[in-house]
Design a protein around this ligand. Structure first.
Ligand SMILES: OC[C@H]1O[C@H](O)[C@H](O)[C@@H]1O
Length: 302
């Protein structure tokens, strides 16, 4: 079982002709509310991939439907607390090219207490995986406790903030970063070649398996002197929201199934390629059968 200490958001998604500019008032041509949050998206993706995942999160009492939706997708939700605080939410603009801009209100995702954290981590068996992102509070404590307990940490430092630099990242067994996050962690310039980013990450975190996702430019796996490249799949993106989360959930399900890194990358990239062709966050995450079909028959599979 993988334990995911992660955010749950209500995503308010607006389709817009372009991302709103400072001082501009812009009308959207579509609006919908769905389940999102990097944590919830990653748990759902992992469950839809056939993985075993227990989500540990907080949600406003009035939004129990979101917890039910996670449960219906196969996520163990006994550690999702319904609380008397507003749920976290995200205001997401998606433009006609599929690019997005996201504004977050953390809400209940920032209400974890030290006592709750300590108790939950004490329930995780040494050697089990703990996944987390950067949308919940108290990450330094989570890292310290998990490390002391011998829990394997998988971390996605998204969204990147200054606090990430203060975390003991060397404690991570697995790190998922996109280009922006890799640049922030290494101090390398924008547009540095992927190989330079990987080399800098390896110098900083020699004992961490690193997955670098580059959207339409593919993805890399690196550990020690092993490096694997996964080429991008030729798809047109309609909405990239949660594509990275889909990748991570599918990757971890493949790790849980003991697949080698090349197969983990291939499954994750295939799932993400399906997700970017659909609108929304959790709504866009494919199930295992769809991914399997594309792996066997290609993107034109019926
Ligand atoms: O990664 C996409 C997610 O980021 C934000 O957390 C939104 O809730 C959205 O679902």
């Amino acid at each position: 079982m993988l334990h995911n200490f992660g955010s749950i958001n209500l995503d308010h998604v607006y389709r817009v002709p372009h991302l709103v500019r400072p001082g501009e008032t812009l009308a959207s041509h579509d609006y919908r509310v769905g389940l999102g949050g990097k944590g919830a998206n990653q748990s759902l993706a992992m469950a839809r991939a056939g993985g075993r995942v227990r989500h540990w999160g907080r949600l406003g009492r009035q939004d129990a439907w979101a917890r039910d939706l996670m449960a219906r997708s196969g996520v163990a939700v006994d550690s999702v607390a319904l609380v008397d605080e507003p749920s976290g939410h995200a205001i997401i603009q998606v433009d006609d090219q599929g690019e997005n801009a996201i504004l977050l209100f953390p809400g209940a995702n920032h209400g974890f207490t030290t006592a709750d954290l300590d108790a939950r981590i004490a329930e995780i068996a040494p050697g089990d995986w703990l996944l987390t992102q950067n949308e919940c509070n108290a990450l330094p404590r989570v890292f310290a406790r998990a490390q002391a307990r011998g829990v394997k940490i998988a971390f996605n430092p998204a969204p990147m903030t200054d606090e990430v630099a203060g975390l003991p990242l060397a404690a991570c067994r697995l790190l998922f970063v996109n280009r922006g996050e890799a640049e922030a962690l290494t101090g390398l310039a924008t547009d540095a070649p992927a190989e330079a980013l990987l080399a800098a990450l390896a110098r900083r975190l020699p004992a961490t398996e690193t997955v670098l996702t580059l959207g339409g430019d593919g993805a890399w796996y690196q550990y020690g002197d092993q490096r694997h490249f996964q080429p991008p799949l030729p798809v047109v993106a309609r909405d990239t929201t949660a594509a990275g989360d889909t990748f991570i959930g599918y990757y971890l399900a493949a790790v849980q199934a003991d697949l080698p890194p090349t197969a983990c990358l291939e499954r994750a990239a295939t799932a993400a390629a399906l997700a970017v062709q659909r609108l929304g966050a959790t709504e866009s995450i494919p199930d295992a059968a769809e991914v399997e079909r594309v792996l066997r028959h290609g993107l034109d599979a019926p």
